[in-house]
Design a protein around this ligand. Structure first.
Ligand code: HMG
Ligand code: MG
Length: 297
């Protein structure tokens, strides 16, 4: 039996570092280059958002300018509006991502507008991207719970995901922003969304606050999802979701997938080294169990 390929979307340089203490631009560039060398094929490299809202990402243009790009690797950026899109275009981002939410409370806190307003703001970004021949990824945050609004109905997630898909997002990433989900709930949510958006255009973006992210991913894989977002060393959290811990660690996802006969094309040892280097810049230990175990050998 040949192993099934999984696309890993590495969000450490953006989702991870947006919520850690600031590291230098050189450290960020080194991280992206290390991830490239480890065989990661999609790296969310930065975001073009208001520096007043997320100061850690203020140097994203310099990061894009400094990285060594490898052909076949996608270097993507988050863009909430046209101003962000134009900056991403100037930085030669290969792809951009717009980011909505399944809950009104989080939408207001994160991007200062309602869900409906956010969709209106995203439409011209998608139009401009289409004109520039740049693909757009869409995020839905708070798909398994919201720090402000509590429980979120799977149908509400499906509604927002469908809007982003209809708008032109080639892929919609489903974010358990505060990491509260559990496996059966994750399956129910994914099933509701997959009834509206084809499974092959969906991604899982699970945070690990309650230690459930790997279990949630494992429960959803048999449903046919083939794209997983993760952050090296389990970096990050969310600036607008207090207490949320980082994304599921890329090292842990790669290790689990290897054990399930999926392939990612990633060199696990090199990925662990990439995590180790950024963690030493941050003065932290990696939060990946796999990295901790391997480094203790
Ligand atoms: P606003 O204050 O409503 O916007 O913020 P505004 O249009 O009134 O602009 C306010 C100021 O920001 C102005 O500057 C603009 O020029 C500037 P001023 O006149 O005050 O000097 N501005 C910008 N500057 C740089 N780049 C831009 C930009 N746009 C406006 N693109 C806005 C609205 C969306 C801009 C703001 O709320 C914002 O930047 N939010 C970003 C929040 C963010 O990055 N959150 C983290 C990412 S989302 C996430 O992590 C979840 C995810 O991982 C999925 C998951 O985990 O579930 C994706
Ligand atoms: Mg996230």
């Amino acid at each position: 039996m040949t192993a099934t390929p999984i696309k890993l979307v590495e969000v450490g340089p953006r989702d991870g570092l947006q919520n850690e203490q600031a590291v230098t631009t050189a450290d960020k560039i080194q991280l992206v280059n290390d991830l490239t060398a480890a065989g990661v094929s999609y790296i969310e490299t930065g975001s073009f958002v208001s520096p007043k809202w997320v100061p850690q990402m203020a140097d994203s243009a310099d990061v894009f300018a400094g990285i060594q790009r490898k052909s076949g690797v996608t270097y993507a950026a988050l863009t909430p509006n046209l101003k962000g899109f134009e900056a991403a275009l100037a930085a030669s981002a290969d792809e951009v991502a717009i980011f909505g939410a399944a809950s009104e409370g989080f939408s207001q806190k994160n991007i200062n507008c309602s869900i409906a307003e956010s969709l209106e703001r995203f439409a011209p970004v998608v139009e401009a991207a289409r004109a520039a021949d740049i693909r757009v990824r869409g995020y839905v945050s708070c798909v398994l719970g919201c720090p402000y609004d509590g429980e979120i109905a799977p149908e509400q997630v499906a509604w927002v995901a469908e809007k982003l898909h209809q708008m032109g997002c080639y892929e919609v990433s489903l974010g358990d922003t505060i990491g509260v989900g559990t496996p059966v709930k994750a399956q129910q949510m994914l099933a509701a969304v997959a009834a509206k958006v084809p499974m092959e255009q969906l991604a899982l973006h699970f945070h690990n606050t309650y230690g459930q992210a790997l279990a949630n991913i494992a429960s959803c894989l048999p449903m046919g999802v083939r794209t997983i977002d993760s952050a090296v060393a389990g970096l990050g959290g969310c600036p607008y979701a207090r207490g949320a811990s980082g994304n599921v660690a890329s090292e842990d996802v790669v290790y689990m997938l290897q054990g399930m006969d999926y392939t990612t094309g990633i060199d696990l040892a090199a990925l662990i080294r990439a995590g180790q280097r950024i963690c030493s810049a941050l003065g932290q230990q990696p939060r990946s169990n796999v990295a901790i175990a391997e480094l203790a050998k």
